[in-house]
Structures are given as structure tokens and as C-alpha cells.
Ligand binder design. Structure first.
Ligand code: PRP
Ligand code: MN
Ligand code: MG
Length: 182
């Protein structure tokens, strides 16, 4: 499966659609956080592209930090128990925190992360995600900024991987079934 053209089924969101939506999200964030110092928290590794492209559209005062998390034990996310692989270097006390994510699928990662970060005494914690799969939600997560609600399909690109591949694609596409079922 090294021929990427054959691995992709269709383009779900073009680079242009993503960029237009990020413009709108950034404008809302700028206006909501006007006069405040904002800490963007990116969730490694999927959020790298969204963080890079969203942050460069912001005109408010921002800092950036990163966390890496992993589901605990079995390798599936169904437990909702998350382990911190890399924690923030920033003290959250009194900070306005905006978590930046590529996708909310079951919601378990973010649900856990929000309560973890809220326990650290921040002034506020909100979420910005490029993608959300409403039909896959196992827990309700209150998300302030959503790029696109998408169907429950296997999507890759723009930070999203399948077995660590395809993250570099500048668009979001669906994977052909032969890639993940074969
Ligand atoms: C993916 C995605 C989100 C999370 C969403 O990350 O980037 O962080 O899963 O899933 P959930 O809503 O069901 O919890 P993943 O754990 O695959 O790590 P990655 O970002 O390094 O690809
Ligand atoms: Mn992720
Ligand atoms: Mg992944």
C-alpha cells in the first residue's frame, strides 16, 4: 500500500475549505479572547497541522504548549482512561486555555483532558477542533469551536493518521477500505 493515490477513496475537505473555515474560527477566537492572554494547548500528534495553521491566523496574544496522551492499557480508547506521555511545561493557574485538536471521535480523550486541565486552576478551558464525528460520540463534550461535523468514516490527512501515515496530506480524505481491512 505504498501508492497513496490508490489508498485514498475521496477528498472529504479540500485544503481551501479547511483554510476558509480556519479563517472563520480564528476570527471568532480573536474576538472572544480580545485583551486576554491565551494559551493554546495542542494535543500531539494529530493537532500539529491545526495548531500551525490556526495559530498563524490569530492576532491576539498567544502562547503555545503541547501534551501527548495515550489511552491506558488495551490500546483501545473505549475505557476513557488516558495516560499522559508528555505533560505541559506551563503552569495553568489563572490562564485562559484553549485546547487545539484535529478531531473528536468518541470524545473520551477530550472529556478526560478537559477535566484534567480544569483541575489545575486555570481561568478558563475551552476546545477548538477542526473535525467532529457527532455519531461516534460516547460522551458529550462541550466544544466551543468546531470546524466541521463529519460522518463516521475513516479519515486521514491534515494531521490525522492511519498507522502513523498520511498525516502530511494538506487535505482530509477518506481511506479506501482495502487499506484498513486488508
Ligand atoms: C486521535 C485524535 C484525537 C483522538 C480522538 O488521536 O487526534 O486526539 O484520537 O479520539 P476520541 O475522541 O475517540 O478520544 P490518537 O490517539 O490517534 O493520537 P495521534 O493524535 O497521535 O494520532
Ligand atoms: Mn490525537
Ligand atoms: Mg491517531
Amino acid at each position: 500500500a505504498s501508492d497513496m493515490g490508490k489508498d485514498l477513496e475521496k477528498v472529504l475537505l479540500t485544503q481551501e475549505q479547511i483554510e476558509t473555515r480556519l479563517d472563520e474560527m480564528a476570527a471568532r477566537i480573536d474576538s472572544d479572547y480580545a485583551g486576554k492572554d491565551l494559551l493554546l494547548v495542542g494535543v500531539l500528534r494529530g493537532a500539529v497541522m491545526v495548531m500551525a495553521d490556526l495559530s498563524r491566523r490569530l492576532h491576539t496574544s498567544i502562547e503555545m504548549d503541547w501534551m501527548a496522551v495515550s489511552s491506558y492499557g488495551s490500546g483501545t480508547k473505549s475505557s476513557g482512561v488516558v495516560r499522559i506521555l508528555k505533560d505541559l511545561d506551563t503552569d495553568l493557574h489563572g490562564r485562559h486555555v484553549l485546547i487545539v485538536e484535529d478531531i473528536i471521535d468518541s470524545g473520551l480523550t477530550l472529556s478526560w483532558l478537559v477535566s484534567n486541565l480544569r483541575s489545575r486552576g486555570p481561568a478558563s478551558v475551552e476546545i477548538a477542533t477542526l473535525l467532529r464525528k457527532p455519531e461516534a460520540a460516547k460522551v458529550e463534550v462541550d466544544v466551543r469551536y468546531v470546524g466541521f461535523d463529519i460522518p463516521t468514516e475513516f479519515v486521514v490527512g491534515y494531521g490525522l493518521d492511519f498507522a502513523e501515515k498520511y498525516r502530511h496530506l494538506p487535505f482530509v480524505g477518506t481511506l479506501a477500505p482495502h487499506v484498513y481491512s486488508g
